[in-house]
Design a protein around this ligand. Structure first.
Ligand SMILES: NC(=O)c1ccc[n+]([C@@H]2O[C@H](COP(=O)([O-])OP(=O)(O)OC[C@H]3O[C@@H](n4cnc5c(N)ncnc54)[C@H](OP(=O)(O)O)[C@@H]3O)[C@@H](O)[C@H]2O)c1
Length: 253
């Protein structure tokens, strides 16, 4: 009998993460650990996954919102997870889309946006990857964003935090080049999830979350360094990154 794959999801109540979990469970009866700041919501996600895959072993780990920003709590949580068994796959999915105007008006909002979208994912990644390196295996997925590819006036605080995740992932991939530990940076474009619900009324086009999750799971299985989801965002962001400032500064994006 082969051992069940052990999968950890940080920010497991994220719509993208939940759809990834469903896909992973379609592949086999995994052992899954779901971390979330809201215990009841995280348990609801777990209950739904248990119904979909009764032979899977699904646990929840509630973590206070403040602990998502606390290095000691993150290290202790990840150490505990590892003591229960080696982790094959970890996905770091939590994040929040702040109002750019609010970040400009309030340093508190700006600080929170930078911490939850930039610092916190990096601390989780560093704690998880330390164990993966010692074990000599594992795949770590980090959800960044196309917003991290070039600062834009409409969301540059969020973009700066996601840019931090991008640079971090690049450096980690450089460090781990040639090792069996894979680091996969996922850059979704606008996707239909609760995070973007307020943008739907403005007519913004969103990718279905099911397709984005499929690309995340496939990209992580392949150990790709970067996954744009949907894939067309690779080309769009390549053009945006290379636009000269004289053209870029005239765009209302
Ligand atoms: N949707 C998009 O268009 C889009 C595009 C690019 C990148 N992304 C990134 O994709 C990832 C998943 O987002 P999603 O689209 O699936 O959105 P979502 O369904 O709204 O999920 C957001 C997740 O982040 C958690 N979270 C929010 N604020 C938190 C905080 N202060 N501390 C700890 N956890 C917090 C939420 O927990 P609760 O359930 O407790 O609220 C939830 O698990 C995020 O990193 C996001 O930045 C999304």
């Amino acid at each position: 009998m082969t051992a069940k794959k052990r999968i950890v999801i940080v920010g497991a109540t994220s719509a993208m993460a939940e759809h990834c979990a469903r896909l992973w469970l379609q592949e086999g009866p995994a052992e899954m650990v779901l971390l979330g700041r809201d215990a009841a919501r995280t348990e609801r996600v777990a209950a739904d996954l248990r119904v979909r895959r009764p032979d899977a072993d699904i646990q929840t780990v509630p973590l206070a919102e403040a602990d998502f920003l606390n290095p000691a709590a993150i290290q202790a949580t990840v150490d505990d997870l590892w003591r229960a068994g080696p982790i094959d796959v970890a996905l770091i999915a939590h994040g929040s889309l702040p109002s750019q105007d609010e970040c400009q008006d309030s340093l508190g909002a700006c600080h929170r946006a930078l911490e939850v979208n930039g610092v916190s994912p990096v601390l989780f990644a560093e704690a998880l990857v330390g164990h993966m390196v010692r074990a000599g295996r594992g795949t770590l997925g980090l959800i960044g964003s196309v917003a991290g590819d070039r600062g834009r006036k409409s969301n540059y605080v969020y973009g700066a935090a996601k840019g931090l995740v991008t640079r971090y992932a690049q450096g980690l991939q450089h460090r781990l080049a040639g090792s069996a530990v894979k680091v996969v940076l996922i850059k979704p474009g606008p996707t239909d999830t609760p995070m973007t619900a307020h943008l739907k009324s403005t007519g913004a086009r969103m990718a279905p979350v099911e397709g984005v999750a499929q690309q995340i799971v496939a990209g992580m299985a392949a150990g790709k360094p970067v996954v744009y989801a949907p894939g067309k965002w690779w080309l769009i962001m390549m053009v945006i990154r290379h636009l000269p400032a004289v053209v870029f500064n005239r765009l209302n994006i």
